[in-house]
Design a protein around this ligand. Structure first.
Ligand code: NZQ
Ligand code: ZN
Length: 387
């Protein structure tokens, strides 16, 4: 088992009506609030009005219109400017992972005198960040319980995972009923995202029985409860369990003591959404089974066998190769069964920029050090297989 140094300082307040604690949570953090949100789902659902009502005693400034795959320009830059202009004490992010990720970059940028890209691109280490509270409305990224945010810069096709312990939300309010209105497309993408977060930790060199079991049950729960959420979007129990699974996905708790996998599918997907602005979870679902097939080898086969038996219940008496291949087929079939488009062409990506993307990924994502090392040629092959 590998050494680790771990802390997640985020307070989770989970369940129906947990929002009533919002004033108590915000009080000690200050009166001047930057409320951040996306394209309007929180207005439609009534959550916006509820927040304003609960925070009637606070001074609220608003940054709206944060897009999926949140953009450095204008959202991060506007948010930083507003925090400085209005002397903001605390950021309240209400929405999906994109709103929260954007808010994390704003929180660090607000406490830095230079260009916020210096921080996101790791040129400069942040010394401070504003506190963040969030009300998450989409179960997927786990941003509510982790120290990272993913920011896109359109002109350079960069999509960077910016991670710093300063970015952990102070408090995350998780009410599964807020996810009732999430569309089938985004629900399915959320299932795929959280499943892939789990796989990125499961497919590693050194793992433990404890972590393997945790990951396998996460995957089973996401498939069972994810399906229920799609069948009945207002199934509270299923939405609640899916939400908690997603929350656990990205804060390393599933892989403490494991060796690092290098998160290869994320490395590849981030380029797809940087170049084509596609939905993150859909990109992952397309890449994952092709990546699996590409890395299946003598060295990795036992991981696939364990995955196939414990996650999909494949007959353990079959030959190893057959179990591994069935496991990969089942992964593909599950994503297909929840109506995720399973080819790059289905999401508007053709072969015209595959070379460019493979090069970008190879240069920027460090996948030659992944669990199964990937060269530029390997990445290109996976992309071609995914077309
Ligand atoms: O903008 P609004 O109107 O709010 O609509 C959003 C958006 O169109 C909508 N939505 C959110 N909650 C809703 C809702 N619609 C109806 N009812 C609700 N309750 O859903 C759409 C997608 O939202 P978005 O925030 O983009 O989705 P998600 O939470 O999946 O976030 C995706 C982003 O997170 C990054 C991804 O790369 C992508 O940029 N990731 C962040 C991670 C992290 N911080 O740890 C890890 C992940 O691997 C991931 O990379
Ligand atoms: Zn992800």
């Amino acid at each position: 088992m590998q050494n680790f140094d771990y802390m997640t300082p985020t307070r989770l307040i989970f369940g129906k009506e947990s929002i009533v604690k919002l004033p108590e949570v915000m009080g000690p953090l200050g009166k001047r609030v930057l409320l951040t949100y996306g394209g309007g789902s929180i207005k439609k659902s009534g959550l916006y009005d509820r927040v304003k009502e609960l925070l009637a005693d606070f001074e609220i400034f608003e940054l709206s219109g944060i897009q999926p795959n949140p953009k450095y320009d204008p959202s991060v830059l506007d948010g930083v400017r507003m925090c400085k202009e209005h002397n903001i004490d605390v950021i309240l992010a209400v929405g999906g992972g994109s709103v929260l990720d954007c808010s994390k970059a704003i929180a660090a940028g607000a406490c830095y005198d230079g260009d916020p890209w210096d921080l996101i691109s790791y040129k400069v280490k942040a010394k401070a960040a504003l506190p963040i509270v969030d009300i998450i409305t989409l179960a997927a990224t786990g941003s509510e319980y982790d120290a990272g945010g993913v920011i896109s810069r359109t002109e350079t096709n960069d999509k960077i995972g910016y991670v710093d312990p300063l970015l952990y939300p102070r408090v995350s309010i998780l009410d599964p009923t807020y996810t009732f209105t999430v569309s089938k497309k985004q629900t399915a993408a959320g299932i795929a995202d959280a499943m892939n977060h789990t796989m990125e930790q499961y497919f590693a060199e050194d793992t433990t029985l404890l972590n393997d079991g945790f990951c396998e049950s996460m995957l089973r729960s996401l498939m069972v409860n994810g399906r229920k959420c799609l069948e009945n979007p207002e199934d509270y129990t299923a939405r609640a369990e899916m939400m908690l699974c997603c929350t656990y996905g990205c804060n390393r708790i599933l892989s403490l003591g494991n060796s690092q996998s290098g998160w290869p599918c994320h490395g590849i997907e981030h380029a797809l959404s940087a170049y084509y602005d596609i939905t993150h979870g859909e990109g992952l679902a397309i890449i994952t089974p092709r990546w699996m097939r590409h890395i299946l080898s003598e060295r990795t086969i036992d991981r696939f066998v364990k995955y196939g038996i414990n996650v999909f219940g494949i007959d353990s008496s079959l030959p190893k190769q057959e179990i591994a291949e069935k496991a990969i087929d089942e992964t593909y079939k599950f994503f297909e069964s929840i109506n995720i488009p399973m080819h790059l062409r289905d999401v508007g990506i053709d072969d015209s920029r595959l070379d460019e993307m493979a090069h970008h990924i190879a240069v920027n994502e460090g996948l030659e050090n992944a669990y199964a090392p990937l060269t530029e040629q390997d990445i290109k092959k996976i992309l071609v297989e995914s077309l």
